[in-house]
Design a protein around this ligand. Structure first.
Ligand SMILES: [Cu+2]
Length: 143
């Protein structure tokens, strides 16, 4: 009987450790990768961005206000579909594009200074959304 009790305690202990590890992995914030765009000879701020099921790289993009931006966006080769969404009408930005492993050019011109979220809107059934898993970032528009 005592052995059973010890086993039960051990089992609960393992469950606790596993649960803790899983929760930790879920809540740790994604590493910040910053890209500060510059204005190219063509007058456009070119930004190369890559995504996957749990990330966008860079995930903090800094651009100047009232200067055209061109995202060249792609995702890792996989069967999972991804998107890039920036819905910030207050800054004149409305992006909702399907992404693939072939780079796609997405143009917009931010018209207001501020921080605007970008993310993948996809979600599979009852799983966490890609955005919740870390497929997100911040577009920081500065003077
Ligand atoms: Cu996605």
């Amino acid at each position: 009987m005592k052995t059973m009790k010890n086993f039960a305690i051990f089992f609960l202990f393992c469950l606790g450790i596993t649960g803790y590890a899983v929760c930790r992995a879920d809540t740790s914030p994604p590493e910040e990768v910053v890209y500060q765009a510059t204005i190219a000879a063509d007058g456009v701020q070119h930004v190369r961005i890559e995504g996957g099921s749990d990330f966008f790289k860079p995930n903090r993009v800094i651009v100047k206000v009232n200067v055209p931006v061109e995202f060249t966006a792609s995702v890792e080769r996989s069967l999972i579909p991804h998107t890039l969404v920036i819905q910030s009408p207050e800054a004149g930005i409305s992006v909702d594009e399907k992404l693939s492993s072939d780079a796609k050019n997405i143009r917009f011109t931010p018209t207001a200074v501020g921080k605007y979220p970008f993310y993948c809107k996809n979600k599979l059934l009852f799983f966490k959304s890609h955005r919740e898993k870390g497929m997100k970032g911040v577009l920081e528009v500065v003077q």
